[in-house]
Design a protein around this ligand. Structure first.
Ligand code: ZN
Length: 377
């Protein structure tokens, strides 16, 4: 009989890494006068006691063993700056070995100067497991030049980058804008083929938006031009504000990835404590019950659709993929094409790296990005 970390005897425990969580304050529906407040206790709800999950009618206790989270306070324009916002979250990680931070980046506020984030990473070695970007919230399109120096840092420190990703589509099917679109994120990722880039929420919104993100992900795998991932927070969501039990977009995604031997590209994440996970409890479920529902729904759907491959898929999506990506940093760089850098670009990259350490890198990095743009055309 297995015993979980809480001392409970179990027939089976499913370990979970949640790749997308938050603490901090956030303007409800964009209204700065109506701020939501989430402290550490808002995510402890999901991690301190076992999750009671129902898989194909069978009760099971799962455990969220690791949380990858970022500070909402540093993810909107009027919030805290990169230094203050990210230092705040480190103090939470120090108190709790389950919690791992993504450094929230603000390229539009720094005009593309990543020196502060570089210093922060240097001062706290190993403390940040990735970078987080929210192009929508800061109004800066994901493929604009201001992201480039941050991506150089991601490359140097082997930090996966989580992007808020959404698709806003007009009735005629055309995009409203490309600010956080899968297309723009893929454009940026192509310039940094060794940096894993996650499209958070797999495009968010409805099935059409998810399809848009799936298309971009598959294109990146088929062309071997970048290393894109998706997280499944808010994917296949019902109008009642809860997880949709059938998960059609996720099933479609898994089938396509199986054909390409690439089921390592899906990560479980929730965006908790936002939405039904703390912000607006719905349909009679408290935040923890809403979390248990999404875990149970997805595991059930995988069991029903993928039979003898189900256990392996569940293990990958809920645990192994995130473990390999953020902790083991074991992603197959060889799977993507070699960086198209010429020797001179490589040398400039090394020089920019050294200069960034002493706070002068921004300018040279900008110059280099311009040059690399030309190379990649
Ligand atoms: Zn988020």
């Amino acid at each position: 009989m297995k015993v979980d970390n809480f001392g409970n005897k179990l027939g089976f425990t499913g370990a979970i890494i949640d790749s997308h969580m938050h603490v901090g304050n956030w303007p409800r529906n964009g209204n700065r006068n109506d701020m939501l407040h989430f402290d550490k206790s808002s995510i402890d709800t999901f991690t301190r006691t076992p999750l009671n999950v129902n898989i194909q009618g069978q009760p099971q206790q799962d455990e969220v063993v690791k949380v990858i989270f970022s500070n909402l306070n540093a993810l909107y324009a009027e919030g805290k700056d990169e230094l203050e916002g990210n230092r705040e979250i480190l103090s939470i990680c120090e108190k709790d070995s389950k919690y791992y931070a993504l450094a929230a980046c603000q390229p539009s506020k720094t005009e593309g100067n990543a020196v502060k984030i570089n210093n922060l990473i240097q001062e706290n070695p190993g403390k940040f497991v990735g970078l987080k970007f929210h192009p929508r919230s800061f109004g800066a399109q994901a493929d604009s030049e201001i992201y480039q120096s941050y991506m150089f840092l991601a490359d140097r420190y082997k930090l996966p980058c989580l992007f808020h990703c959404d698709v806003q589509v007009k009735p005629d099917g055309k995009l409203v804008d490309k600010i956080s679109s899968p297309e723009a994120i893929h454009n940026l990722a192509r310039k940094f083929p060794n940096v894993p880039v996650i499209m958070g929420h797999m495009g968010a919104g409805d099935a059409k938006s998810h399809q848009n993100a799936i298309d971009e992900l598959l294109k990146s795998i088929d062309d071997r031009d970048s290393r894109l991932y998706v997280d499944i927070s808010w994917v296949d969501w019902g109008k009642d504000g809860q997880s949709n039990t059938n998960k059609p977009s996720i099933v479609k995604l898994i089938k396509e990835l199986q054909k390409r031997n690439a089921t390592d590209r899906i990560l479980f994440g929730t965006d908790a404590p936002l939405g039904c996970f703390g912000e607006a409890p719905s349909n009679g479920l408290n935040p923890k019950q809403a979390y248990e529902k999404v875990v149970g729904d997805l595991k059930t759907v995988i069991k029903e659709n993928f039979k003898d491959q189900a256990d392996d898929l569940i293990d990958k999506i809920f645990y192994k993929n995130a473990d390999n990506l953020f902790f083991k940093k074991d992603w197959a760089i060889s799977e993507t094409k070699k960086v198209k850098n010429t020797p001179i670009i490589k040398i400039l990259g090394m020089v920019a790296g050294v200069l960034a350490l002493i706070g002068l890198g921004g300018v040279l990095m900008d110059k280099m990005s311009a040059k690399e743009d030309n190379v990649n055309k």
